[in-house]
Design a protein around this ligand. Structure first.
Ligand code: CTP
Length: 402
């Protein structure tokens, strides 16, 4: 998907620099020609040898060590995209102000290619008004920001600022380049003028202010469906529990099954197609404790009650011209279970995957699915990346639209 694309991977001096190694490897796996630039500070965190071994060219660091007298202009002019991973507060500030302080900052201001910035820093720094403003300005100029996650930071602190998952970063890069088939579908405007609602991610059902019941869904397949539907010309509403980035969509962030239900009901009025890809909890705790449940109170007994089956509700209330697509993650009896769900929930298509198979389902960047139609049709999609699965599902669905 990135064949023939030259990606400059800028690595700055954050603890998360080691994760850029995986980003580098995955970009190369996708066919990209990766040119790594390490800042001086990055050398304190990771060794250039690893990047030189994994990337497509040796590491570059200085404006003056190269035989090329103007490496920054050459790199900036020939790059198809620049990814800064991790991006420290320093490089974000330099890029915002157009300060050319080293090879990476010079390359950033010598390019018109899309730039993906993946910040990683301590929570206090990430929340500092100067950094917040720099990020807003960059985003306003069209820079793609892959926001950091919450989690364990350097020095044992916990909070927002941890570098996004390498897969999310690679997804953001893939999102810059639709592949040829996508472009064809886009040209054909397969979904132009259509309104599509997509749900993504696993819901979280609160037990108390710090704990929840959840599942392993990451939202990657749902986000891929939303992105590809947008590329095919649709106006997309994405209702998601995931922190994966998105662009050009009407995005509604939710957490619980109840919040997702409310959002879907209001978004689906007037929708041509509703894709229930989210892993919605079937049960939620009857009571949510106001305060953290303490160990000293003994082993708690948690009573559960059913949530609304959103897909089944939509199936019983949908307008005849609306298309309803369900998903099913199965570990056994895939065909029987999937066909049962298709009819029981009143869907037009049901996309089933065997999540026990390698490379399939949660947290994987590939998927293999079978699409069952209410008309009895069955089509198998072999193991491919999730965007390709999204394209196949949307093409099958587009054929059924009135
Ligand atoms: N679904 C939903 N609301 C729920 C549960 C599931 O809309 N409360 C949707 C999912 O988004 C998916 C489909 O129903 O499109 C199938 O979900 P799945 O969890 O596989 O089916 P269940 O009916 O929950 O059956 P089981 O968990 O017993 O396999």
């Amino acid at each position: 998907m990135l064949e023939g694309k030259k990606i400059v991977l800028g690595v700055t001096g954050g603890i998360a620099a080691y994760k850029a190694i995986e980003v580098c490897r995955r970009l190369v796996d996708h066919g990209a020609h990766v040119v790594p630039i390490l800042t001086n500070a990055a050398h304190n965190m990771v060794g250039p040898t690893t990047f030189t071994a994994l990337a497509s060219e040796p590491v570059k660091t200085s404006m003056f060590s190269d035989s090329d007298p103007i490496p920054h202009t050459r790199l900036g002019q020939t790059a198809d995209a620049i990814v800064v991973c991790p991006a420290t507060a320093r490089i974000i500030s330099d890029y915002r102000t157009g300060r050319s302080a080293d090879l990476l900052s010079a390359t950033l201001i010598a390019t018109v290619a899309p730039v993906v910035v993946c910040p990683a820093m301590h929570t206090e720094m990430w929340e500092h008004p100067a950094v917040v403003e720099n990020i807003q300005v960059l985003a306003g100029r069209g820079t793609i920001i892959v926001p950091p996650e919450e989690g364990r930071l350097a020095g044992g602190d916990i909070g927002k600022g941890r570098l996004a998952q390498p897969l999310a970063i690679v997804d953001a890069v893939l999102g810059l380049f639709g592949d040829d088939e996508n472009k064809r579908a886009n040209e054909a405007g397969l979904l132009r003028g259509r309104r599509v609602v997509v749900t993504a991610g696993g819901t979280r059902e609160a037990l108390d202010p710090v704990r929840y019941l959840g599942n392993r869904s990451t939202g990657r397949q749902g986000h891929a469906l939303a992105d590809v539907a947008r590329e095919m010309g649709a106006e997309v509403t994405l209702i998601t529990t995931s922190s994966l980035p998105s662009a050009g969509l009407n995005r509604i962030d939710v957490e619980s099954a109840a919040e997702m239900h409310t959002a879907v009901v209001s978004a689906s009025a007037g929708a041509d197609m509703i894709i229930m890809n989210a892993a919605v909890a079937d049960f939620r705790p009857v009571e949510v404790a106001n305060d953290k449940i303490k160990k000293s109170g003994g082993i708690p007994e948690i009573k559960l009650e059913p949530t609304v089956d959103i897909l089944a509700e939509l199936g019983s209330t949908k307008k005849p011209e609306q298309l309803l697509i369900g998903f099913a993650a199965e570990t056994n009896n895939l065909r029987e279970n999937a066909i049962g769900k298709l009819h029981r929930k009143g869907a037009d298509l049901l996309v089933a995957n065997d999540v026990s198979a390698p490379g399939v389902g949660f947290a994987s960047d590939t998927n293999a699915v079978t699409i069952f139609g209410a008309d009895g049709s069955v089509s198998e999609i072999p193991l491919v990346d999730k965007r390709a699965v999204a394209r196949s599902v949307l093409e099958a669905a587009a054929k059924l639209l009135p």
